[in-house]
Design a protein around this ligand. Structure first.
Ligand code: NAP
Length: 306
Protein backbone atom coordinates (compact mmCIF):
# COMPACT_ATOMS: atom_id res chain seq x y z
CA UNK A 1 0.00 0.00 0.00
CA UNK A 2 1.41 3.38 -1.04
CA UNK A 3 0.91 6.49 1.09
CA UNK A 4 1.08 8.99 -1.75
CA UNK A 5 0.98 8.41 -5.50
CA UNK A 6 1.62 11.42 -7.71
CA UNK A 7 0.47 11.29 -11.31
CA UNK A 8 2.63 13.44 -13.58
CA UNK A 9 6.14 14.90 -13.59
CA UNK A 10 5.60 18.46 -14.75
CA UNK A 11 6.07 21.42 -12.42
CA UNK A 12 3.05 20.49 -10.27
CA UNK A 13 3.89 16.79 -9.91
CA UNK A 14 7.57 17.35 -9.19
CA UNK A 15 6.91 20.05 -6.61
CA UNK A 16 4.39 17.76 -4.92
CA UNK A 17 7.07 15.03 -5.01
CA UNK A 18 9.66 17.29 -3.35
CA UNK A 19 7.25 18.24 -0.54
CA UNK A 20 5.85 14.73 0.00
CA UNK A 21 9.36 13.26 -0.03
CA UNK A 22 10.64 15.82 2.48
CA UNK A 23 7.67 14.86 4.69
CA UNK A 24 9.05 11.26 4.65
CA UNK A 25 6.07 9.93 2.72
CA UNK A 26 8.28 8.29 0.05
CA UNK A 27 5.87 9.16 -2.78
CA UNK A 28 5.57 7.05 -5.89
CA UNK A 29 5.66 9.36 -8.91
CA UNK A 30 4.27 8.21 -12.26
CA UNK A 31 6.03 9.71 -15.26
CA UNK A 32 3.10 9.39 -17.70
CA UNK A 33 3.07 9.90 -21.45
CA UNK A 34 5.06 13.12 -21.50
CA UNK A 35 7.68 12.92 -18.74
CA UNK A 36 8.59 16.38 -17.54
CA UNK A 37 5.39 17.92 -18.84
CA UNK A 38 5.01 20.98 -20.98
CA UNK A 39 8.20 22.73 -19.83
CA UNK A 40 10.19 20.07 -21.67
CA UNK A 41 8.82 21.45 -24.95
CA UNK A 42 9.84 25.01 -24.26
CA UNK A 43 13.17 26.81 -24.28
CA UNK A 44 13.81 29.89 -22.17
CA UNK A 45 11.44 30.39 -19.24
CA UNK A 46 11.76 34.05 -18.34
CA UNK A 47 9.13 34.35 -15.65
CA UNK A 48 10.05 31.67 -13.12
CA UNK A 49 11.15 33.62 -10.03
CA UNK A 50 14.81 33.36 -9.12
CA UNK A 51 16.19 33.28 -12.66
CA UNK A 52 16.79 36.87 -13.85
CA UNK A 53 18.58 35.59 -16.97
CA UNK A 54 15.83 33.05 -17.69
CA UNK A 55 16.11 29.30 -17.33
CA UNK A 56 15.94 26.50 -19.87
CA UNK A 57 12.62 24.58 -19.41
CA UNK A 58 14.07 21.04 -19.61
CA UNK A 59 16.94 22.07 -17.27
CA UNK A 60 14.49 23.38 -14.68
CA UNK A 61 12.51 20.13 -14.82
CA UNK A 62 15.67 18.01 -14.53
CA UNK A 63 16.72 19.92 -11.42
CA UNK A 64 13.27 19.49 -9.81
CA UNK A 65 13.41 15.76 -10.61
CA UNK A 66 16.87 15.50 -9.03
CA UNK A 67 15.66 17.42 -5.96
CA UNK A 68 12.65 15.11 -5.49
CA UNK A 69 14.81 12.00 -5.89
CA UNK A 70 17.35 13.35 -3.39
CA UNK A 71 14.66 13.41 -0.70
CA UNK A 72 13.36 9.92 -1.47
CA UNK A 73 10.70 10.22 -4.20
CA UNK A 74 10.45 7.04 -6.29
CA UNK A 75 9.84 7.40 -10.03
CA UNK A 76 8.12 4.87 -12.25
CA UNK A 77 7.48 5.02 -16.00
CA UNK A 78 3.82 4.27 -16.49
CA UNK A 79 0.45 5.71 -17.41
CA UNK A 80 -2.61 5.64 -15.20
CA UNK A 81 -5.34 3.74 -17.06
CA UNK A 82 -8.09 3.34 -14.48
CA UNK A 83 -9.08 4.85 -11.17
CA UNK A 84 -11.31 3.28 -8.51
CA UNK A 85 -12.02 5.54 -5.54
CA UNK A 86 -12.57 3.88 -2.19
CA UNK A 87 -13.50 4.90 1.37
CA UNK A 88 -10.30 3.73 3.01
CA UNK A 89 -7.90 3.84 0.07
CA UNK A 90 -7.94 4.26 -3.70
CA UNK A 91 -6.93 1.91 -6.48
CA UNK A 92 -5.25 2.88 -9.73
CA UNK A 93 -4.29 0.70 -12.68
CA UNK A 94 -0.90 1.57 -14.13
CA UNK A 95 0.17 -0.24 -17.31
CA UNK A 96 -2.04 -3.19 -16.35
CA UNK A 97 -0.98 -3.39 -12.68
CA UNK A 98 -3.24 -2.31 -9.80
CA UNK A 99 -1.69 -0.08 -7.12
CA UNK A 100 -3.39 0.81 -3.80
CA UNK A 101 -2.75 4.17 -2.23
CA UNK A 102 -3.94 6.23 0.71
CA UNK A 103 -3.80 9.48 -1.26
CA UNK A 104 -3.55 10.41 -4.90
CA UNK A 105 -2.23 13.69 -6.29
CA UNK A 106 -3.32 14.19 -9.87
CA UNK A 107 -0.90 16.45 -11.73
CA UNK A 108 -1.32 14.94 -15.18
CA UNK A 109 -1.37 18.32 -16.93
CA UNK A 110 -2.84 19.05 -20.31
CA UNK A 111 -2.07 17.96 -23.87
CA UNK A 112 -1.76 20.10 -26.99
CA UNK A 113 -4.96 20.59 -28.99
CA UNK A 114 -5.19 20.00 -32.73
CA UNK A 115 -7.33 21.64 -35.37
CA UNK A 116 -9.32 18.51 -36.25
CA UNK A 117 -8.79 18.88 -40.02
CA UNK A 118 -8.60 15.99 -42.48
CA UNK A 119 -5.30 14.02 -42.67
CA UNK A 120 -4.19 15.47 -39.32
CA UNK A 121 -3.00 12.22 -37.73
CA UNK A 122 -1.03 11.13 -40.83
CA UNK A 123 0.67 14.52 -41.14
CA UNK A 124 2.08 14.64 -37.60
CA UNK A 125 5.83 14.29 -38.14
CA UNK A 126 5.44 15.03 -41.87
CA UNK A 127 5.19 18.77 -41.60
CA UNK A 128 2.67 19.05 -38.79
CA UNK A 129 3.68 19.48 -35.17
CA UNK A 130 2.70 21.18 -31.92
CA UNK A 131 6.26 21.63 -30.67
CA UNK A 132 8.62 24.17 -32.20
CA UNK A 133 11.37 23.30 -29.73
CA UNK A 134 11.23 19.68 -30.82
CA UNK A 135 10.88 20.13 -34.59
CA UNK A 136 11.88 23.70 -35.48
CA UNK A 137 15.45 22.83 -36.48
CA UNK A 138 14.17 20.48 -39.21
CA UNK A 139 12.77 23.46 -41.13
CA UNK A 140 15.79 25.61 -42.00
CA UNK A 141 15.52 28.29 -44.68
CA UNK A 142 11.95 27.37 -45.62
CA UNK A 143 8.67 29.18 -44.86
CA UNK A 144 6.57 27.82 -41.97
CA UNK A 145 3.43 28.94 -40.18
CA UNK A 146 2.16 28.96 -36.62
CA UNK A 147 -1.57 28.71 -35.90
CA UNK A 148 -2.88 30.56 -32.84
CA UNK A 149 -2.74 33.93 -31.14
CA UNK A 150 -1.76 33.13 -27.56
CA UNK A 151 1.56 33.20 -25.70
CA UNK A 152 2.44 29.76 -27.05
CA UNK A 153 1.92 30.84 -30.66
CA UNK A 154 4.05 33.99 -30.16
CA UNK A 155 6.77 32.06 -28.37
CA UNK A 156 6.83 29.31 -31.02
CA UNK A 157 6.90 31.88 -33.82
CA UNK A 158 9.83 33.72 -32.22
CA UNK A 159 11.76 30.50 -31.72
CA UNK A 160 11.15 29.40 -35.32
CA UNK A 161 12.70 32.59 -36.73
CA UNK A 162 16.07 31.07 -35.79
CA UNK A 163 15.62 28.50 -38.53
CA UNK A 164 12.84 29.31 -40.99
CA UNK A 165 13.15 31.82 -43.82
CA UNK A 166 9.75 33.27 -42.91
CA UNK A 167 7.21 32.60 -40.16
CA UNK A 168 3.53 33.32 -40.79
CA UNK A 169 1.48 33.80 -37.64
CA UNK A 170 -2.07 32.79 -38.56
CA UNK A 171 -4.74 34.03 -36.17
CA UNK A 172 -8.53 33.82 -36.43
CA UNK A 173 -9.03 37.34 -35.08
CA UNK A 174 -7.21 40.66 -35.51
CA UNK A 175 -5.92 40.93 -31.93
CA UNK A 176 -3.53 38.55 -30.24
CA UNK A 177 -4.62 36.87 -27.03
CA UNK A 178 -0.97 36.72 -25.91
CA UNK A 179 0.39 38.88 -23.07
CA UNK A 180 1.51 42.32 -24.24
CA UNK A 181 5.23 41.65 -23.90
CA UNK A 182 5.04 38.44 -25.95
CA UNK A 183 2.71 39.96 -28.56
CA UNK A 184 4.88 43.08 -29.00
CA UNK A 185 8.01 40.99 -29.34
CA UNK A 186 6.45 38.74 -32.00
CA UNK A 187 4.99 41.60 -34.00
CA UNK A 188 8.30 43.52 -33.92
CA UNK A 189 10.20 40.55 -35.36
CA UNK A 190 10.83 41.23 -39.07
CA UNK A 191 10.75 37.51 -39.88
CA UNK A 192 7.21 37.10 -38.47
CA UNK A 193 4.30 38.04 -40.72
CA UNK A 194 0.90 38.06 -39.01
CA UNK A 195 -2.06 36.90 -41.09
CA UNK A 196 -5.14 38.26 -39.32
CA UNK A 197 -8.71 36.95 -39.46
CA UNK A 198 -7.67 33.68 -41.08
CA UNK A 199 -9.06 30.26 -40.21
CA UNK A 200 -7.26 27.09 -41.37
CA UNK A 201 -9.65 24.91 -43.38
CA UNK A 202 -7.43 22.23 -44.96
CA UNK A 203 -3.89 20.91 -44.91
CA UNK A 204 -2.30 20.71 -48.38
CA UNK A 205 -0.31 17.53 -48.92
CA UNK A 206 2.30 16.76 -51.61
CA UNK A 207 2.74 13.48 -53.54
CA UNK A 208 5.04 12.07 -50.83
CA UNK A 209 2.48 12.62 -48.07
CA UNK A 210 4.27 15.67 -46.62
CA UNK A 211 2.85 19.09 -45.87
CA UNK A 212 3.11 21.57 -48.76
CA UNK A 213 0.86 24.25 -47.34
CA UNK A 214 -2.38 25.18 -45.70
CA UNK A 215 -5.67 26.53 -47.02
CA UNK A 216 -6.97 29.53 -45.11
CA UNK A 217 -10.37 31.16 -45.04
CA UNK A 218 -10.80 34.86 -44.39
CA UNK A 219 -13.18 35.00 -41.42
CA UNK A 220 -14.66 38.30 -42.63
CA UNK A 221 -14.98 37.88 -46.42
CA UNK A 222 -15.03 34.08 -46.60
CA UNK A 223 -12.36 34.20 -49.34
CA UNK A 224 -9.98 31.26 -49.47
CA UNK A 225 -6.25 31.24 -50.21
CA UNK A 226 -3.39 28.76 -50.21
CA UNK A 227 -0.33 29.47 -48.09
CA UNK A 228 2.79 27.53 -49.15
CA UNK A 229 4.67 26.35 -46.07
CA UNK A 230 6.77 23.31 -45.29
CA UNK A 231 5.54 22.97 -41.73
CA UNK A 232 2.47 23.96 -39.74
CA UNK A 233 3.00 24.48 -35.99
CA UNK A 234 -0.31 24.26 -34.14
CA UNK A 235 -0.38 26.31 -30.91
CA UNK A 236 -4.08 26.61 -30.06
CA UNK A 237 -4.10 25.63 -26.42
CA UNK A 238 -4.50 22.41 -24.48
CA UNK A 239 -6.95 19.77 -23.25
CA UNK A 240 -6.61 18.46 -19.66
CA UNK A 241 -5.46 14.84 -19.25
CA UNK A 242 -8.41 13.66 -17.17
CA UNK A 243 -9.94 10.80 -19.18
CA UNK A 244 -9.45 8.03 -16.55
CA UNK A 245 -11.27 10.17 -13.97
CA UNK A 246 -14.36 10.86 -16.06
CA UNK A 247 -17.54 10.05 -14.09
CA UNK A 248 -15.53 9.59 -10.87
CA UNK A 249 -14.23 13.06 -10.11
CA UNK A 250 -16.01 16.39 -10.61
CA UNK A 251 -15.00 18.11 -13.85
CA UNK A 252 -16.10 21.22 -15.67
CA UNK A 253 -17.50 21.20 -19.20
CA UNK A 254 -13.99 21.20 -20.71
CA UNK A 255 -12.78 18.27 -18.61
CA UNK A 256 -10.74 20.28 -16.07
CA UNK A 257 -10.87 18.78 -12.54
CA UNK A 258 -12.81 20.91 -10.07
CA UNK A 259 -11.12 21.74 -6.79
CA UNK A 260 -13.36 21.98 -3.73
CA UNK A 261 -11.24 24.23 -1.54
CA UNK A 262 -7.46 24.13 -1.86
CA UNK A 263 -6.48 21.29 -4.17
CA UNK A 264 -9.13 18.86 -2.83
CA UNK A 265 -11.32 17.07 -5.36
CA UNK A 266 -14.78 15.74 -4.45
CA UNK A 267 -13.19 12.42 -3.35
CA UNK A 268 -11.44 12.58 0.06
CA UNK A 269 -7.73 11.80 -0.26
CA UNK A 270 -7.60 12.74 -3.95
CA UNK A 271 -6.02 16.09 -4.86
CA UNK A 272 -5.60 17.91 -8.18
CA UNK A 273 -2.72 20.29 -8.95
CA UNK A 274 -1.55 22.32 -11.93
CA UNK A 275 -2.91 22.52 -15.47
CA UNK A 276 -5.17 19.50 -14.99
CA UNK A 277 -7.35 21.72 -12.79
CA UNK A 278 -6.38 25.21 -13.93
CA UNK A 279 -7.53 26.77 -17.18
CA UNK A 280 -7.02 30.29 -15.91
CA UNK A 281 -3.38 30.86 -14.91
CA UNK A 282 -1.60 27.84 -16.43
CA UNK A 283 1.86 28.98 -15.43
CA UNK A 284 4.85 26.94 -14.29
CA UNK A 285 4.94 28.83 -11.02
CA UNK A 286 1.22 28.45 -10.26
CA UNK A 287 1.44 24.74 -11.08
CA UNK A 288 4.42 24.42 -8.72
CA UNK A 289 2.46 26.27 -6.00
CA UNK A 290 -0.49 23.91 -6.37
CA UNK A 291 1.83 20.89 -6.28
CA UNK A 292 3.18 22.15 -2.96
CA UNK A 293 -0.34 22.71 -1.60
CA UNK A 294 -1.50 19.25 -2.71
CA UNK A 295 1.42 17.54 -0.97
CA UNK A 296 0.76 19.44 2.27
CA UNK A 297 -2.94 18.59 2.08
CA UNK A 298 -2.16 14.90 1.40
CA UNK A 299 0.20 14.84 4.39
CA UNK A 300 -2.45 16.40 6.67
CA UNK A 301 -5.12 14.04 5.37
CA UNK A 302 -2.95 11.00 6.16
CA UNK A 303 -2.00 12.38 9.59
CA UNK A 304 -5.67 13.00 10.47
CA UNK A 305 -6.55 9.41 9.55
CA UNK A 306 -3.75 8.00 11.66
P1 NAP B 1 -4.33 30.13 -25.20
O1 NAP B 1 -3.91 31.31 -24.42
O2 NAP B 1 -5.60 29.42 -24.85
O3 NAP B 1 -4.42 30.59 -26.74
C1 NAP B 1 -4.88 29.73 -27.73
C2 NAP B 1 -4.94 30.51 -29.04
O4 NAP B 1 -5.34 29.62 -30.08
C3 NAP B 1 -5.94 31.66 -29.01
O5 NAP B 1 -5.40 32.78 -29.66
C4 NAP B 1 -7.14 31.09 -29.77
O6 NAP B 1 -7.84 32.06 -30.50
C5 NAP B 1 -6.47 30.14 -30.75
N1 NAP B 1 -7.36 29.02 -31.09
C6 NAP B 1 -8.00 28.18 -30.25
N2 NAP B 1 -8.69 27.25 -30.95
C7 NAP B 1 -8.47 27.51 -32.25
C8 NAP B 1 -8.90 26.91 -33.46
N3 NAP B 1 -9.68 25.82 -33.47
N4 NAP B 1 -8.49 27.45 -34.63
C9 NAP B 1 -7.67 28.53 -34.63
N5 NAP B 1 -7.21 29.15 -33.53
C10 NAP B 1 -7.62 28.65 -32.35
O7 NAP B 1 -3.22 28.97 -25.22
P2 NAP B 1 -1.62 29.09 -25.12
O8 NAP B 1 -1.09 30.13 -26.02
O9 NAP B 1 -1.13 27.68 -25.28
O10 NAP B 1 -1.34 29.56 -23.64
C11 NAP B 1 -1.82 28.77 -22.55
C12 NAP B 1 -1.32 29.33 -21.23
O11 NAP B 1 0.08 29.14 -21.12
C13 NAP B 1 -1.58 30.83 -21.06
O12 NAP B 1 -1.93 31.09 -19.74
C14 NAP B 1 -0.25 31.46 -21.37
O13 NAP B 1 -0.05 32.70 -20.70
C15 NAP B 1 0.72 30.40 -20.87
N6 NAP B 1 1.98 30.45 -21.61
C16 NAP B 1 2.94 31.27 -21.12
C17 NAP B 1 4.16 31.38 -21.78
C18 NAP B 1 5.21 32.28 -21.20
O14 NAP B 1 4.88 33.12 -20.37
N7 NAP B 1 6.46 32.13 -21.57
C19 NAP B 1 4.39 30.67 -22.96
C20 NAP B 1 3.37 29.87 -23.45
C21 NAP B 1 2.16 29.76 -22.77
P3 NAP B 1 -8.71 33.19 -29.73
O15 NAP B 1 -7.73 34.16 -29.18
O16 NAP B 1 -9.56 33.73 -30.84
O17 NAP B 1 -9.49 32.46 -28.69
Amino acid sequence: MEKVVIVGTGCAGLTAAIYAARASLSPLVLEGRQPGGQLTTTTAVENFPGFPEGVDGPDLIMKMHEQAEKFGARFQYGTLEEFKPGDDHHRIKVDGQWIETGTLIIASGAAARWLGLENEKQLVGRGLTSCATCDGAFYRDVPVCVIGGGDSACEEAGFLTRFASQVYLVHRRDTLRASKIMADRALANPKITPLWNRKPVAYLVDDTGHMRGIELEDTITGAREELSVKCVFVAIGHTPNTEPFRGKLDMDGNGYLIQHGGTRTNVPGVFAAGDVADHVYRQAITAAGQGCAAAIEAERYLAARE
